[in-house]
Write a protein that binds this ligand. Structure first.
Ligand SMILES: CC(C)(COP(=O)(O)OP(=O)(O)OC[C@H]1O[C@@H](n2cnc3c(N)ncnc32)[C@H](O)[C@@H]1OP(=O)(O)O)[C@@H](O)C(=O)NCCC(=O)NCCS
Length: 184
């Protein structure tokens, strides 16, 4: 199947005007969340849901919340030396799904990039170092492909926790001069 060019995809915040009934991913819990919970949760400010539109179709969605990640869950090289607290601040991908008619066309990756971009934006204003996700076992490969790491101690959980260290991505985006200063 052809990839959808990213300049044809549009991210919009979920509103009550959206007709969600046609959305149909392979996971019924994720369809149910979008149809029955996402807007209410958003109004209650416990999650924020973004729809990925292609023309008039909802191709996928991602819901984001804040999170913390136990310091000991993180690989030594992803951690911060002498960090004083037990937990790191994070943004969590609470839900992410692609409509079955649009799978394998780059929409999932696009939604991940959107989530990473938003987490970086947050981290410019409020402390936030990692992106986390409690992955479905069948999606671990998808997240690993995009540099997420599985937290070993949760490997056998029903929804194993994974994380992405945003620091190297942010460092890579800095101009050369400030990059040299902040290198560690
Ligand atoms: C997992 C999911 C989001 C992937 O979305 P998608 O739009 O089909 O994926 P993309 O086309 O963007 O794929 C990007 C890359 O990831 C790979 N990939 C996609 N799904 C994968 C999976 N389940 N396991 C391993 N790799 C996967 C693709 O092969 C592609 O690799 P390539 O660049 O080498 O070709 C989608 O299959 C889905 O909605 N599944 C059901 C719900 C779910 O599991 N959500 C995750 C909840 S935590």
């Amino acid at each position: 199947m052809n990839q959808i060019p990213y300049n044809k995809l549009q991210i919009v915040t979920l509103t009550k005007k959206h007709d969600l009934t046609s959305f149909n991913s392979t996971n019924s819990d994720l369809n149910d969340f979008l149809n029955n919970c996402a807007l209410n949760d958003q109004n209650e400010r416990v999650s924020r849901t973004y729809l990925c539109m292609w023309e008039r179709s909802i191709t996928g969605y991602v819901a984001l919340v804040t999170d913390t990640l136990e310091v000991h869950a993180v690989d030594e090289k992803d951690g911060i030396k002498n960090y004083l607290y037990h937990k790191y601040p994070a943004v969590r991908i609470a839900r992410l799904a692609v409509d079955r008619n649009f799978m394998n066309r780059g929409v999932g990756r696009f939604l991940l990039l959107v989530a990473i971009g938003m987490a970086i934006e947050v981290s410019n204003k409020i402390g936030c170092r990692y992106i986390t996700v409690d992955s479905k076992p069948e999606s671990i490969g998808f997240y690993e492909k995009h540099n997420f790491k599985l937290v070993e101690k949760y490997r056998n959980n029903d929804f194993p926790k994974m994380y992405l260290n945003m620091y190297p991505i942010i460092a890579m985006m800095q101009p050369k001069e400030s990059k040299e200063k902040s290198e560690r």
